[in-house]
Design a protein around this ligand. Structure first.
Ligand code: SF4
Length: 485
């Protein structure tokens, strides 16, 4: 699809609206270009006239054409013109395709953050909903979900200690690479030689962060060790990293300590004992699906039975908070298969269940496979997500954090559900961007959240080899963070 922008540069939003309807299509954006031959194209023209600003949207969809236009006053801010363009484009594409994506033209990844923000601006719940419904075309279902999530987040946001931070530790290695993976995570077979050097650097960076936190008077509130699959490391390697954490940081105010043990085939008793010994309170054991055929199709070399064993081992080791992730929309999965997977996970009764929807980022192997894409196009993802929502709420879980990603199948969302009092604080704080996160390791990004003003980010190098090679630069960037506080 081609989008031609005339007299404006609203590239990001217009591209995002087109992707809602055509997630698998390449969108080309041109500026002030001549008429295109592309059978699917949109032209958005902004023109200042004596009467005000005239906005015109013209869409050619295969052999049909539709247009919308309106004139607004000449002092209308650019953001409002952008929203009006997005709504007109959305209306036309919805009419052509017969689809009305539930989040409307709300294209950001944090819809719940908007609810909290509008509430702090003094808007009533009714006014917030009316705005989301009328100005952004958010459906009633999504409004209900977003409000429910906001209500459950609120006490967690209110409990945030002042001058606190979360620590993120990145272990970007996995036993094998899932074929939908868009992270930088490397399969162990390729990464094994890098690991000793990687851990040397990581431990050094943790020492440097601990000193920074001490000097800046920050209190450590939560820790999240993620990746990748941190339990791809051996128990000895894990022990080394966690020993640096416990010896360098003051853990006396710590409220939550999570380690992702994502791939059940990496979970062993000695690793769980190591995590328990270091005070880890929460582990994540992620089936993604409980269907062995689907697991094989997506390149995960474990079975549903191994997931159950890993879960029981973790429970037996004394972990009171266990999260399990499922993905709706996996290749070869069906609505019935997804519901069956969810029902098996529900019988285990983990404290948290996170339901993701498959996002096809460019890095994913699937993105380049036409036959797979065709299957995915026909995936009944909305049914899966809706079943999960109803079943989990009926079981007493509540949605407590929610985010959206680009190119998500069916424009659905990712939702963390928790039993009462078992919500992950880290997930809420990272999603609502209310707490500083000091992050160590490859692809980790440090987020500096001031009391007032703009959030700043400091990025580490993405791949482990770059991280090791440019480690001095990483330390220099971390040191510069001091000036922020
Ligand atoms: S477990 Fe997660 S990080 Fe690792 S390869 Fe699979 S999707 Fe990527």
């Amino acid at each position: 699809m081609t989008i031609n922008l005339i007299g404006n540069s609203f590239k990001y939003e217009m591209e995002a609206v087109c992707k809602l309807f055509f997630p698998f299509e390449k969108v080309v954006v041109t500026f002030d270009a001549p008429v295109t031959e592309d059978p699917r194209c949109a032209c958005l023209r902004l023109r200042r006239t004596r009467k005000g600003i005239r906005l015109l949207v013209l869409v050619r969809y295969d052999k049909q054409t539709q247009a919308r236009h309106q004139t607004v006053s000449s002092d209308t801010p650019p953001a409002e013109c952008e929203r009006l363009f997005a709504c007109m484009l959305f209306d036309i594409l919805a009419a052509f395709t017969g689809v009305r994506p539930g989040w409307g033209v709300l294209t950001g990844i944090r819809p719940v953050k908007r609810i909290h923000y509008d509430a702090t601006q003094g808007l009533s719940q009714q006014e917030i909903h009316a705005r989301l419904r009328q100005d952004f075309y958010v459906s009633e279902d999504k409004l209900r979900l977003a409000q429910l999530t906001a209500d459950h987040e609120k006490p967690l946001l209110d409990s945030l200690p002042p001058h606190s931070f979360s620590l993120y530790v990145s272990i970007p290695f996995c036993p094998t690479r899932c074929n939908y993976c868009s992270f930088v995570s490397q399969a162990m077979a390729q990464a094994v030689k890098l690991i000793p050097d990687y851990l040397d650097c990581l431990c050094q960076e943790l020492v440097s962060i601990a000193s920074l936190a001490r000097d800046c008077g920050l209190t450590l509130d939560t820790i999240y060790v993620g990746g990748g699959t941190p339990t791809s490391l051996t128990a000895t390697q894990l022990d080394r990293v966690l020993t640096v954490v416990s010896s360098q940081f003051d853990l006396s105010h710590l409220r939550e300590y999570t380690v992702e043990a994502g791939r059940p085939d990496t979970v062993t008793q000695d690793k769980l004992d190591c995590l328990k010994h270091h005070g880890v309170t929460r582990v994540s054991i992620n089936p993604q699906t409980m269907d062995n055929c689907v697991l094989e199709a997506i390149g995960r070399r474990h079975t549903a039975e191994q997931t159950i064993q890993a879960y029981e081992m973790a429970r037996h080791t004394g972990f009171a908070y266990i999260n399990m992730d499922l993905i709706a929309g996996l290749l070869f999965d069906t609505a019935e298969g997804f519901c069956r997977s969810l029902d098996i996970v529900r019988t285990l009764s983990p404290e948290n269940i996170t339901v993701h929807t498959l996002s096809l980022k460019r890095a994913a192997q699937l993105y380049h496979d036409g036959a797979s894409l065709d299957r995915l196009r026909r995936n009944p993802i909305a049914d899966m997500v809706s079943y999960a929502q109803q079943a989990l709420i009926a079981d007493g879980y509540a949605p407590y954090y929610l985010y959206r990603q680009k190119n998500t199948l069916g424009n659905q969302e990712n939702v963390g559900y928790a039993q009462k009092g078992c919500e992950s604080l880290y997930n809420v704080y990272i999603m609502e961007e209310v707490q500083t996160i000091l992050a160590a390791g490859a692809a980790a990004s440090t987020k500096l959240v001031p009391e007032h003003g703009k959030i700043q980010r400091v990025y580490n190098y993405k791949y482990p080899f770059e991280y090791i090679r440019s480690f001095d630069e990483i330390l220099r960037r971390k040191d510069a963070v001091r000036t922020f506080f």
